[in-house]
Design a protein around this ligand. Structure first.
Ligand code: NDP
Length: 446
């Protein structure tokens, strides 16, 4: 339920941004959490503060022409939404996927504002991407696309202005091509303009692992509130990309057993525990489909229809994409005895699913808190670039763990303070909002 004082704000967002279902969903969720905040601090309703948070500072949409391997000209659409810079330069990844449109980028950018605020680091919120589909494209095609994309985007970036990173479809290879083109166009070796870079040219150790590892640290801390941990637990992790792979790695390291993962064609179940080296070879080296896992591992089966959430587990970590876990899936997970759900992806659970988890007393870590380890480590990469320094893996991972524990504890304490102990959704939304609201108030009406 939304507080009546915030109803007009939501109505304006819905009216102004027609057809942007995911953006509506993300704003509704945050505004629903803010009732108790504006009751306590009515001054946050002054100067259209909340209306301003819901309106991006700048949105850039551009044509991305490129030439494919057959010599044909292809046209894609590029986006960058610079949502809020009250806390620092815009920061948030780039997503290359055919489903990308302005509403998806706005939902991601909006979430990013509060996520970045929760890290406690000096970064604002933004997001970008393209409806380009990298699947099946050669390295040369990927490079030409990235170069064309950056040819327009570079004029909007800068280490003090806007610092993109990866997301779905954008990993180390793409960041390399994007950085190369930025450097060429600007004639500046401005390492801090992109994060997720390779170690050879200014990247940070542990950035590749950070989102997945961080999400597991968050869930481990949630489990700790019930006197337990990952050891001996059965886990299901959806997706098999960057976030999923390093989520699986850390769960296995902590003594849990991951028995299922997926891609957009289906899921695999391996009751003997997922062989992560095989997943890495299939997905990171060969860039093949996850079905290949079952073809090569006799203990595994590939399931093409149905839902990965049908697989009984103690811990579920949705790490693929938005709205991949429905109300029906949540009911199944609860019936099968799930203890904790940690969102590695952004907004993977539908609002109905979230409601079911909270009502059932399942420990539920929302994406903007649980997956903040990626962007936090990106901010650490910016720190290393600014000081021309390079930290060890252990040092970086230690900082990541501290930050994730801090985010967990902040969310838990905020939920408690507002009379909803254990509600990490409320805790994350409120704690993130308050930090941004304080900075925006100080900066005046801009
Ligand atoms: P990747 O591109 O590395 O992997 C995405 C994975 O999700 C792939 O296995 C992909 O399968 C699957 N997937 C994508 N779309 C769908 C879909 N519509 N249905 C089913 N499966 C799908 O991306 P990341 O791992 O980086 O990102 C995953 C999620 O984590 C996203 O929500 C992203 O926003 C979020 N995130 C990522 C961060 C990062 O640091 N990378 C930081 C914070 C959040 P397929 O190959 O078949 O498409």
């Amino acid at each position: 339920m939304i507080d009546e004082k915030l109803e007009p704000v939501l109505a304006q967002v819905l009216r102004r941004n027609p057809g942007e279902a995911e953006f509506h969903q993300a704003v509704t969720e945050v505004l629903e959490s803010l009732g108790p905040v504006v009751a306590k601090r009515p001054d946050y309703l002054d100067h259209a503060l909340i209306e301003r948070i819901c309106e991006p500072e700048r949105q850039v949409i551009f044509r991305v022409p490129w030439v494919d391997d057959r010599g044909d000209v292809q046209i894609n659409r590029g986006f960058r939404v610079q949502f809020n810079s009250a806390l620092g330069p815009y920061k948030g990844g780039l997503r290359f996927h055919p489903s990308v449109n302005i509403g998806i980028i706005k939902f991601l950018g909006f979430e990013q504002i509060f996520k970045n605020a929760l890290t406690g680091l000096p970064i604002g919120g933004g997001k970008g991407g393209s409806d380009f589909d990298p699947k099946g494209r050669s390295d040369g095609e990927i490079m030409r696309f990235c170069q064309s994309y950056m040819t327009e985007l570079h004029r909007h970036l800068g280490e003090y202005t806007d610092v993109p990173a990866g997301d779905i479809g954008v990993g180390g290879r793409e960041i390399g091509y994007l950085f190369g083109q930025y450097k060429r166009l600007t004639n500046r070796y401005e390492a801090g303009v992109l994060t997720g870079k390779g170690l050879a040219y200014g990247g940070s150790r542990a950035r590749t692992e950070a989102t997945g590892y961080g999400a597991v640290y968050f869930v481990e801390r949630m489990l700790g509130t019930r006197g337990t941990g990952f050891a001996g637990k059965r886990a299901v992790v959806s997706g098999s990309g960057n976030v999923a792979i390093y989520t699986i790695e850390k769960i296995e390291e902590l003594g849990g057993k991951v028995i299922a993962c997926s891609d957009s064609n289906g899921y695999i179940v391996d009751e003997s525990g997922i062989d992560l080296d095989l997943v890495k070879e299939i997905k990171e080296v060969r860039r093949e489909r996850i079905s290949q896992y079952a073809a090569r591992q006799s203990s595994a089966r590939f399931v093409e229809t149905g839902s990965i959430w049908d697989v009984p587990c103690d811990v579920a970590m949705p790490s693929a994409t938005q709205n991949e876990l429905t109300g029906k899936d949540a009911r199944t997970l609860i019936a099968n005895g799930v203890i904790a759900v940690g969102e590695g992806a952004n907004m993977p659970s539908t609002p109905e699913a979230v409601r079911f988890f909270l009502e059932a007393g399942v420990l539920f870590g929302p994406g903007k808190a649980a997956n903040a380890g990626g962007v936090a480590t990106s901010a650490l990469e910016m720190q290393q670039n600014a000081s021309r320094d390079s930290w060890t893996f252990e040092q970086t991972e230690r900082r990541l763990a501290e930050i994730m524990h801090g985010i967990h504890d902040t969310c838990a304490a905020t939920a408690e303070e507002y009379g909803r102990p254990g509600d990490y959704v409320l805790g994350a939304n409120v704690a993130g909002f308050v930090r941004v609201a304080e900075a925006m108030t100080a900066l005046g009406v801009i």
